[in-house]
Ligand binder design. Structure first.
Ligand code: NAD
Length: 286
């Protein structure tokens, strides 16, 4: 068997086009243009690429983007004050502080200082709590993008046994909550899991988000499984690969995401969707 591709670029284009149309209709109706503020602290090369991709996606969707690059020496207090100003700025419907921030800044303190209804990354404790309680706010972008990618390809997780490898705050945990919300039976595995292979072998739907290549062996994949690889690794020649060995994983999988061109574009597409959702909600607030 050779797996069918879950094409993230194509699905992301569909999402961004849908947002572009909605923005254009808003403007025709005399409503405000959605605005996204992105703060980058320091000069991390990978972060700069991510921020540039987000800016480009905003342009395509007709969203105003306000990118600010702050010096690496910016203090936690200065960053918190800047977030407060953006919380109060009516042109800004979404705020994103690009992670990671430098070590002298408390990442969760900054994330939780963003107005939850402007938290378009969906990392605020309130937004993750809302997902857990089925009272949706702004949903964490990567898991939300994966759900969109599955559904755009006609894959319905309801009733499936889903296995998530990795339990981070931004990917693994909210991914498990999304799948539970969708009616899957969910197993979450992590660094303390014994016999990872035995769990992976049961997965009808497998999401791998570890950040280490080859933690999951392609031979463990159940024949016909839907396989989503979240990992991103830049190789010495500049090319990207995921956590899985794509060639061996695709032999058993029924569906598989490529890296690049799988989950990455869907994460950006979710950010664009969330900015529109935040803007639409703002319309209704005095
Ligand atoms: P993280 O380091 O915060 O979390 C890694 C998780 O993997 C932890 O829960 C840990 O317990 C688990 N883990 C570690 N070793 C393991 C093992 N041997 N077996 C099972 N679980 C193990 O990482 P993260 O922020 O969740 O990111 C994971 C990967 O996804 C990274 O490569 C990151 O670059 C990538 N990522 C991609 C996107 C995207 O849009 N494509 C978005 C976010 C993160």
């Amino acid at each position: 068997m050779s797996a069918r591709l879950l094409d993230g670029r194509k699905a992301a284009d569909t999402t961004v086009e849908r947002v572009r149309q909605a923005v254009s209709e808003r403007l025709d109706a005399g409503l405000s243009r959605p605005g996204l503020a992105v703060i980058l602290v320091g000069d991390d090369a990978a972060s700069r690429v991510y921020v540039r991709n987000k800016e480009k996606a905003c342009q395509r969707a007709g969203i105003a983007s306000f990118v600010e690059t702050l010096d690496v020496s910016t203090t936690e207090q200065q960053l918190l004050e800047r977030v407060q100003q953006l919380n109060a700025d009516p042109r800004v419907h979404g705020i994103l502080v690009q992670l990671p921030v430098p070590d002298h800044i408390d990442q969760s303190l900054v994330t939780n200082s963003i107005d939850p209804w402007k938290d378009v990354d969906g990392f605020h404790a309130e937004n993750v709590g809302r997902l857990a309680l089925r009272q949706l706010g702004l949903r964490p972008c990567t898991p939300m993008g994966i759900m969109t990618l599955l559904r755009q390809n006609g894959i319905e997780p309801k009733g499936m046994h889903a296995v998530v490898v990795g339990a981070s705050n931004i990917v693994g945990r909210p991914m498990a909550l999304e799948l539970l919300l969708a009616g899957a039976t969910v197993t979450v595995t992590h660094r303390f899991t014994r016999d990872l292979a035995s769990h992976v072998r049961q997965a009808e739907l497998l999401v791998v988000a570890v950040g280490k290549p080859n933690v999951v062996d392609g031979d463990w994949i159940r024949p016909g499984a839907v396989v989503v690889d979240v990992g991103i690794h830049r190789l010495e020649d500049g090319s990207l690969r995921g956590d899985l060995d794509f060639e061996s994983a695709k032999k058993n999988a029924g569906w598989i995401t490529p890296v690049p061109g799988g989950v990455g574009p869907m994460t950006v597409a979710s950010l664009i969707s969330n900015t529109l959702i935040a803007c639409e909600r703002f319309d209704g607030v005095d």
